[in-house]
Structures are given as structure tokens and as C-alpha cells.
Design a protein around this ligand. Structure first.
Ligand SMILES: [Zn+2]
Length: 116
């Protein structure tokens, strides 16, 4: 069976289905694939965060602070699981940052958004 190494392109002679010329090439190909997957994962997270920030920016307009029904954000596919930071004030309330905006659960149904 003759083929070419999937990593370096060198000709490989061996059993049927062999992909790499050496253990080294196999390991390097595995690392390359992992790195490509990581870039894809980070890119997806960036997209969600930017989408969240766009929603907050559009809702806020020129307001410094705004309280809205949670549903208003949910309807625009705001993903509450993606934040860039967290802060607990002296009353124990958590603020969840999305870049230069922060939101908190004002009540069970309302979200308060603040601009930093
Ligand atoms: Zn190789």
C-alpha cells in the first residue's frame, strides 16, 4: 500500500489505511487539528459576546441605566451564559459584564443594564 503522509506529504509504504510516515508526523497533525479546533471555539465565543454587546448597546441607546423585562433580551437571543467579567456589589448583587456594559437580575423578570 502506497500513500502520502497526511502531514508532511512524504511517500508512505505500509498497511492499508496508514496516514502518517512517522509517530512524529501523527503527533504534529493531532496538535495542528487541536489548535484549529481551539481557534474555532474562541471564534464562536467572540461572536456570542459581540452579539450580546450589540443587543445591550442597541437597547441602551444613550441611557446610562435601564431596566427591561428579561424577555426583551431573550427574544433577541441574548445569551446570559456569556460574559466578560463579574462583580459583586456591597449588597451582594452580581453584575455581569459584557465588555463596557453590565447587567444584573433586578427582579425575577427584570434585568437592569448599566453602561460602565
Ligand atoms: Zn510525515
Amino acid at each position: 500500500m502506497k500513500t502520502n503522509c497526511h502531514y508532511c506529504g512524504k511517500e508512505v509504504i505500509g498497511r492499508k489505511g496508514i496516514k502518517y510516515c512517522s509517530a512524529n508526523c501523527k503527533a504534529r497533525a493531532h496538535i495542528q487539528k487541536k489548535e484549529a479546533n481551539l481557534v474555532e471555539v474562541v471564534s464562536q465565543i467572540d461572536k456570542i459576546l459581540h452579539h450580546n454587546r450589540t443587543i445591550l448597546a442597541e437597547l441602551m441607546g444613550t441611557h446610562k441605566q435601564l431596566t427591561l423585562p428579561r424577555l426583551t433580551l431573550a427574544k433577541q437571543n441574548f445569551d446570559f451564559n456569556y460574559i466578560t467579567g463579574i462583580y459583586q456589589n456591597n449588597k451582594g448583587k452580581f453584575y455581569y459584564y459584557v465588555y463596557d456594559f453590565a447587567w444584573m437580575e433586578f427582579s425575577s423578570q427584570d434585568i437592569m443594564i448599566v453602561r460602565k
